[in-house]
Write a protein that binds this ligand. Structure first.
Ligand SMILES: Cc1cc2nc3c(=O)[nH]c(=O)nc-3n(C[C@H](O)[C@H](O)[C@H](O)COP(=O)(O)OP(=O)(O)OC[C@H]3O[C@@H](n4cnc5c(N)ncnc54)[C@H](O)[C@@H]3O)c2cc1C
Length: 501
């Protein structure tokens, strides 16, 4: 019970941290309040996540993880670990109280390829299966797993940490470590135990989600075809995507898995009108919005809840953010440090980017005077990434009612993501932050776009013409546009954006 490093939380990120740190040679414990398998949300991966996972797996001799970075190798190597095929992102704008109406010029659709073929494609992760696999690999790498443990106390004793933990029967154990990695996500273990400041008010996005798993997975492309949509123009089969179905003040996600499960969620701006009333339950709210979105209603009506989780879960406000992300003897992984929103699937990739940098810091500066400076640098980087994600996501929420402008705001995300993929040097991951958050002129551009949408003189207050702003945004984006984004001739069908894997 005497460790170099204790990792708190065994989501995929905590388990990966424990596995890699064990491979470096640290004595590592992995503590979780639950055990595997268990339901978890956060399922849609991206090329950025695949690139970083592949490089972490290579660097730390975790070869078993490499097949998970491509759909083809995943299916061949781990047929019992459920995933879904994700060729890219798709967005469809629905008018409330009207069936979805497709147009020949795809003016209310956006389909963006992220992978070149099914074999090298991205994936949706069924987290119950995937997190279990990561936890198994952590154990095989030497990390000591402590599951179903409640952390009662975290105390600093000299330069070490003493953790008091209780098992399900209330049996108390004590564990000590020189360093703590908080991978507890929303559980916020170190925030609570160390009294770290709450910085949620520094996030612009304000949204909440209601989500579950249903079956059988519905086919949006089939539905669209019935409505006369030109699905042959899509650069890939648009069911194989992180599907976003937008409406005036929110959006639904649909993520189909290969076993017939579909992750379904409704994310809405908080305090946005019209509301169903404060007293409504998650089920009533879902029913209300499906009644107002007839095509989604038709699509989801034949489905029923899967046994797990077996209910609609209400996230409450999705955003959280913590100050003092790292300090003497501890560091928070990105999802413990903050989270914005599922829009554009930033969570998994952000977690992996932050983890990769933290692993290098611990590997290279453990026991050296530079450790403190490197941890401060890590904290500043995660903060810069959260600021960027927040503004890009909030630009999206601020333009949900103007699809042309919404499309332009997605180009911010795609420029950041494809810029990362092109610039990234795996030998020096700290040089390129998630979504290129290290570039000050890029951060300035996104700040300017956010101001133009959400600021006092912006679209949200009726002070800007959304169409004109969409064009202006695309002009501003040119220095960062390396994959042909904002190309009107493509009529919102982007096939050339796919990553090299
Ligand atoms: C509604 C929603 C939808 C999302 N969709 C996406 C998406 O499509 N794509 C994407 O990339 N990201 C998405 N995310 C973000 C994604 O969920 C996170 O980025 C990801 O889960 C981070 O993984 P993690 O391992 O760091 O933390 P988590 O997955 O949050 O794991 C935390 C672990 O800590 C444990 N823990 C918590 N409290 C304690 C405690 N007190 N003591 C011990 N252990 C504890 C938990 O049991 C859990 O095992 C979404 C998030 C939400 C909320």
């Amino acid at each position: 019970m005497d460790f170099n490093i204790i990792v708190i939380g065994s989501g995929f990120a905590g388990s990966l941290a424990a596995a890699a740190l064990s491979k470096i040679g640290f004595r590592v414990a992995l503590i979780d309040r639950g055990h595997h398998p268990r339901f978890a949300i956060g399922e849609s991966s991206t090329p950025t996540a695949n690139l970083v996972l592949r490089d972490i797996a290579k660097r730390y001799g975790l070869e078993k993880l490499e097949p998970l970075t491509r759909y083809g190798t995943w299916r061949n190597t781990y047929p019992d670990t459920t995933c879904g095929l994700k060729r890219g992102f798709s967005y469809f704008h629905h008018d409330l109280d009207h069936p979805f109406q497709p147009f020949d010029d795809h003016r209310n659709e956006l389909v963006v390829a992220a992978s070149r073929s099914d074999a090298v494609s991205d994936t949706h992760w069924l987290r119950a299966d995937v997190d279990q696999l990561f936890a198994t690999i952590a154990a095989e790498s030497g990390a000591v797993g402590m599951f179903d443990r409640e952390i009662r106390q975290v105390a600093r004793v000299g330069s070490a940490w003493k953790l008091v933990v209780a098992d399900r029967d209330g049996q108390i154990e004590t564990a000590t470590a020189e360093f703590l990695v908080d991978a507890s996500g929303r559980g916020g273990v170190l925030q609570k135990q160390l009294g770290l400041p709450d910085r949620t008010q520094h996030l612009a996005a304000r949204s909440r989600a209601i989500y579950t798993h249903v079956a059988p997975a519905p086919s949006w492309t089939g539905q669209l075809e019935k409505l006369g949509g030109r699905v042959a123009d899509h650069p890939f089969h648009a069911d194989h995507a992180a599907q976003h179905h937008l409406f005036a003040n929110g959006w639904w996600w649909l993520l189909p898995f290969d076993d017939g499960t579909c992750s379904v969620g409704l994310a809405r701006q908080m305090n946005a009108l019209p509301s169903t009333g404060a007293e409504s339950t998650p089920v009533e709210e879902i029913r209300h919005w499906l009644e107002r979105l007839p095509t989604l209603h038709t699509l989801l009506e034949p489905t029923s809840l899967r046994d797990v989780p077996g209910r609609w879960i209400d996230s409450g406000r999705l955003q959280h953010r913590v100050g003092l992300i790292a300090g003497p003897g501890y560091a928070l992984l990105p999802h413990a440090a903050g989270f914005v929103d599922p829009l554009h699937s930033t969570g998994i990739a952000h977690s992996l980017c932050g983890l990769e940098r933290l692993l290098l810091v611990l590997e290279q500066t453990w026991g050296k005077p530079e450790l403190a400076d490197q941890l401060a640098r890590y904290a500043a980087q995660v903060d810069a990434e959260l600021d960027l994600i927040d503004r890009i996501v909030d630009c999206g929420y601020g333009s949900l009612d103007h699809f042309e402008l919404f499309v332009a705001t997605t180009m911010l995300y795609f420029a950041g993501a494809t810029g990362f993929e092109r610039r990234r040097d795996p030998r020096n991951p700290s040089q390129t932050l998630f979504l290129c958050a290290q570039l000050s002129d890029w951060q300035d551009l996104v700040r300017r776009a956010h101001e133009a949408i959400r600021g006092p003189g912006g679209v949200g207050r009726g002070n800007q013409d959304p169409k004109r702003l969409a064009e202006a945004l695309c002009d501003w984006l040119q220095p960062f546009n390396h994959v042909g984004l904002c190309d009107k001739s493509l009529q919102n069908m982007y096939g050339q954006t796919a990553a090299e894997m």
